[in-house]
Ligand binder design. Structure first.
Ligand SMILES: Nc1ncnc2c1ncn2[C@@H]1O[C@H](COP(=O)(O)OP(=O)(O)OP(=O)(O)O)[C@@H](O)[C@H]1O
Ligand SMILES: [Mg+2]
Length: 421
């Protein structure tokens, strides 16, 4: 959402309802600077999330209370109410498929206009959605004019037949409804739902990386999401049902410790590469919240962590293989999400994935909040970038992303409004 705060300054908010935390970020940008669209973060708030598992809402009641809590904290920080926000949606029930739309160019002289492009994209959208799924995004990739393929921006060209190649992303209807209900019950309107990994990918990649070919991998608590770009287009998205909490569980079993102690062992001492650790190195579980003094081998913990991280990376590789992109993305892999803070991930992944690797921090984002440089905030900050891209004037025609979940969001919100006396 964008509303006036101070003269000439507009603010925009996003919420990422994750399995471990709800994060709300509010940013502002100067409309005079719209070509740069640099966002300044005003507040970045995180509260533990309840009622969410594997990115899916399992209890609306509990989730509403976490969302309300996060919103209240944010409002106190920025000193004004949040009325609308961009909402991230994730979970394993996301389907992505390609679709073509064909239209006749409207003008008699055959010059293609923005409206023709919109109609072609709309035509691509009319394919029947899988049962119980709704369209979240229709992303135009390339266009063909009278059979000439590979055109990025057909506006101004001349032809009779315009064809749009798009990627359609569907979300499970019940999941979309639950997220919409939750946010609405917390008393705010939704600007739109955005597939979390797309928002995240948008803020950590440069146009050049997307052109060359890059994969963004978000290792969350119970899921790992990825988006692959090539030639500037989204070529694949996936959500894998394994995340960093599985590492914690493995450590707890391996050490026969509680989950809380295992979580601290992972965060303070977890490393992926066991061969880089000496046998004699020890971890004292008392430093990780255990009641008793007990020493465990750091190398053993790294073996446990490494095995699970390798499994996650192999699953990412399987997804890349499914689109013939394993080991062949020149701009490599960018890791984000809280789980990517695990020690030694970047080096470890280079061997397994055979790609250049680095951590993916948000780009072109400023702000006093240290969260700007926190990998856990990639999705929520990405939502601001997404919202800004969609709202910036003069940006629409070159926009690579068309959002279309608004209709269902509006439907559900108006239903709610009609129920309130
Ligand atoms: N320093 C750290 N080292 C290792 N793991 C960490 C570190 N900090 C956080 N994590 C892990 O990151 C995970 C949380 O990541 P994140 O906040 O991105 O997940 P989420 O968005 O809530 O979950 P999901 O995306 O699966 O719905 C937790 O499992 C946590 O243990
Ligand atoms: Mg997440």
């Amino acid at each position: 959402m964008i509303f006036k705060r101070k003269q000439n300054l507009e603010i925009i908010s996003g919420i990422d309802i994750g399995s471990s935390a709800v994060r709300v970020v509010v940013g502002q940008y100067d409309p005079d600077e719209k070509n740069k669209r640099n966002i300044q973060i005003l507040a970045a708030v995180e509260v533990p999330s309840e009622g969410v598992h594997k990115g899916v809402i399992t209890s609306i009641e509990e989730c509403v209370s976490s969302v309300s809590n996060a919103l209240e904290k944010t409002e106190r920080t920025i000193g004004c109410p949040i009325e609308h926000l961009w909402v991230g949606i994730s979970g394993t029930d996301i389907i992505s498929q390609e679709s073509k739309g064909v239209v006749a160019v409207a003008k008699t002289d055959g010059e293609i206009e923005d409206e023709d492009v919109d109609r072609a994209v709309e035509a691509a959208r009319t394919v029947a959605a899988p049962l119980n799924y709704e369209v979240l995004h229709v992303i135009p990739m390339t266009f063909s004019v009278d059979g000439q393929t590979g055109i990025k921006d057909p506006v101004g060209m001349t032809g009779i037949r315009l064809e749009a190649d798009t990627r359609i992303i569907y979300g499970l209807s019940s999941h979309i409804k639950n997220i919409t209900k939750t946010v609405y019950r917390a008393g705010v309107d939704i600007d739109d739902l955005v597939l979390s990994i797309l928002a995240n990918g948008e803020v950590v990649t440069t146009p050049r990386q997307k052109e060359l070919g890059v994969v963004v991998v978000n290792i969350g608590s119970s899921t790992t999401s990825l988006v692959v770009y090539e030639d500037g287009d989204v070529v694949h998205t996936a959500v894998i049902p394994v995340g960093s909490e599985h590492i914690t569980n493995d450590v707890a079993i391996g050490l026969r410790s509680s989950i809380d102690v295992a979580e601290r062992v992972k965060i303070y001492f977890g490393e992926c590469e066991a061969d880089k650790i000496l046998k004699k190195e020890k971890i004292n579980l008392k430093d990780c919240g255990s009641e008793v003094f007990e020493e465990v081998s750091k190398k053993y913990v790294a073996e446990i962590v490494g095995a699970r991280v390798a499994e996650i990376l192999e699953k990412v590789n399987e997804e890349l293989t499914s689109v013939q992109k394993a080991g062949v993305l020149p701009a490599g892999v960018l890791f984000t999400g809280g789980g990517s803070k695990i020690g030694g991930l970047v080096e470890f992944s280079k061997d397994i994935m055979g790609l250049p690797a680095s951590l993916g921090y948000p780009l072109d984002i400023k702000g006093a909040a240290d969260k700007v440089k926190d990998l856990s905030f990639g999705t929520s900050i990405g939502l601001l970038k997404w919202g800004t891209m969609l709202h910036s004037t003069g940006m629409k025609s070159s926009l690579p992303l068309v959002n279309s979940s608004s209709k269902i969001v509006e439907k559900i919100q108006s239903l709610f409004k009609s129920l309130i006396p």
